[in-house]
Ligand binder design. Structure first.
Ligand code: FES
Length: 543
């Protein structure tokens, strides 16, 4: 096996594996500072922050020959016998000079910069810079430029060109460019062609300093106040891995979480800016019972006593599962309804769709299916009722008055049902609706239960490519709102706190489609190694 030597540490890599100096050093547990290099973009080797000493070691004699000049690690392919020295006086001097050069023109406005706390320039300066500044300190002078979806603080830019390469290589829209030359270089857009594409928010994440600012996040929070939780974007069937960042139960930012199997380093703007819905004042709150014309609040304990009795006496039962539910929620909801009526009719609600799948030049895909868990929920429904009714068959049966009691486990983020369809469902004697926002159906339901938003829910989703991912709860739901999982857990009489991991283990043990998850359930939020679901079940992806 080929070997390389990083600061005296030996690393092995396989034949054909293409590593550069930064990646090889990371494998040896050594971080090489860098600005312009990013694993998802082409290599330009322009910032020179990653300069290291490079040499080769003769395998026979063990003799090492070093190159006289420092080389950029990002642009140094690692071969058998490559030697890198990342900590030496020469390297330290080069890093300090790069830092000093970058800070010559950089306004020292960390106290008002959004990036403070997660800024590479700031961090590297303290780690690799010199203690004394020879240039004059510039006051808060950064010029602002509106580039379209985002704001550029012109003077903070270190010209790493990651953002420019992103728009050329990943989003494919090429709106960003570099104008002027030398020390006068700046990022800009062409007149009448602002940065405006569905992936534009990623340039903010790519920016190693505070030059590109997210208009939605600007001046809202200092980053050191934020706590992040691993989540899954629920706005389309791609199911991107995300970080949900919150402070005191308020979500301020969503960022991509690296996942080579799903979204690499990127997310779309729809997912990135989906969090205001979590705090939308129009959301349903608490639980209410319709008594005549009045809506009477019902507390949690009373609800647990009332619902089973009312459903048992309602006659034939029916359940609608929304494709926004987690696997665990769908499983518990089916188990609960079947415990009351073994013939209960189970269906999956309408699948929201918008146009066609969008594929970008870098391979990123936005699914036309605007829900996160169609496959997972369909598999659960099919397990409890093989060959069960489609949504329209179920609706027709409801319209004919075949169901005495209906439970609608919604959770849709956009309007999903119209008045006539709602009146069809209302033919049931008892109608219980769980949802996020008021709909024509919740307006006429006997019980309205406020559901939990995606950041308030813990559980797993199966994306359009049969990949199961686990999301962790990031914030607590508003007082009185109960996500479907914990509610069903209590209704089923299970004791202790809601445990989605336990439920997923049961699902994996019982349902063949999920067998691959058996014994493979990792810590919540850490990506699962069970993307082989499709192969396990021999199912073809449903488009
Ligand atoms: Fe290597 Fe910029 S990271 S030159």
């Amino acid at each position: 096996m080929p070997k390389a030597y990083i600061d005296g540490r030996e690393i092995e890599f396989s034949m054909g594996e293409r590593l550069n100096g930064i990646q090889a050093a990371a494998r040896a547990g050594i971080a090489i500072p860098h600005y312009c290099w990013h694993p998802g973009l082409s290599v330009v080797g322009s910032c020179r922050m990653c300069l290291v000493e490079v040499g080769t070691r003769d395998t026979e004699s063990g003799r090492i020959i070093m190159l006289p000049k420092l080389m950029p690690a990002c642009n140094t392919p690692i071969k058998d016998g490559t030697v890198l020295v990342t900590h030496s006086e020469k390297v330290a001097r080069a890093r300090a000079m790069v830092e000093e050069d970058l800070l010559l023109r950089h306004p020292i406005d960390c106290s008002i910069c959004d990036k403070a706390g997660e800024c590479s320039l700031q961090d590297y300066h303290f780690r690799y810079g010199t203690a004394e500044r020879r240039a004059e300190i510039r006051p808060f002078t950064s010029r602002k430029r509106d580039l379209g979806d985002i704001t550029l603080f012109v003077d903070r830019c270190v010209m790493c060109s990651r953002c420019v390469r992103f728009t050329r290589e990943i989003s494919g829209a090429s709106e960003l460019l570099i104008i002027r030359r030398g020390a006068h270089e700046e990022i800009d857009v062409l007149p009448e062609q602002p940065l405006n594409n569905p992936l534009s928010g990623n340039v903010v994440d790519l920016c190693p300093v505070g030059a590109l600012a997210d208009k939605e996040f600007l001046y809202k929070q200092r980053v050191w106040h934020l706590r992040r939780s691993p989540g899954i974007c629920t706005l389309c069937a791609t199911g991107c891995s995300i970080w949900i960042e919150q402070n005191q139960d308020r979500v301020y930012r969503i960022k991509p979480r690296e996942n080579p199997q799903v979204n690499h380093w990127w997310i779309c703007n729809a997912g990135r800016y989906s969090y205001p819905r979590i705090h939308d004042p129009k959301r349903l709150r608490g639980t209410v019972r319709r008594t005549g014309e009045a809506l009477v609040p019902v507390d949690g304990k009373a609800l647990l006593r009332e619902l089973p009795d009312r459903l048992r006496s309602a006659g034939r039962l029916a359940l609608m599962l929304s494709p926004f539910l987690t696997v665990e929620e769908a499983y518990l909801a089916c188990a609960w309804i079947r415990s009351l009526d073994t013939q209960a009719q189970i269906t999956v609600g309408p699948i929201p769709r918008d146009g066609e799948d969008q594929q970008f030049s870098g391979g990123f895909r936005i699914s036309a299916q605007k829900c996160p868990n169609r496959k997972g929920v369909e598999e659960i429904a099919a397990y409890f009722q093989p060959g069960g009714p489609t949504w329209s068959e179920w609706l027709n049966a409801a319209g004919r008055g075949e169901f005495g009691g209906i439970w609608v486990a919604g959770g849709y983020v956009d309007p999903w049902i119209d008045g006539p369809t709602a009146r069809q469902v209302r033919r049931a004697g008892l109608l219980i609706v769980q949802d996020l926002f008021p709909t024509p159906l919740s307006d006429i339901a006997d019980y309205v239960l406020a559901a939990g938003a995606f950041a308030e829910t813990e559980g797993s989703y199966v994306n359009a490519r049969h990949r199961l991912q686990v999301a962790r709860r990031a914030v607590r739901p508003p007082w009185g709102n109960r996500p479907c999982g914990p509610l069903m857990w209590d209704l089923l009489g299970r004791t202790g706190l809601y445990d989605p991991r336990r439920v997923l283990s049961e699902v994996a043990a019982e349902i063949p489609y999920f067998h691959a998850a058996l014994g493979e359930i990792p810590d919540i939020g850490i990506d699962l190694r069970i993307n082989q679901l499709a192969e396990v079940t021999q199912r073809q992806p449903v488009v």
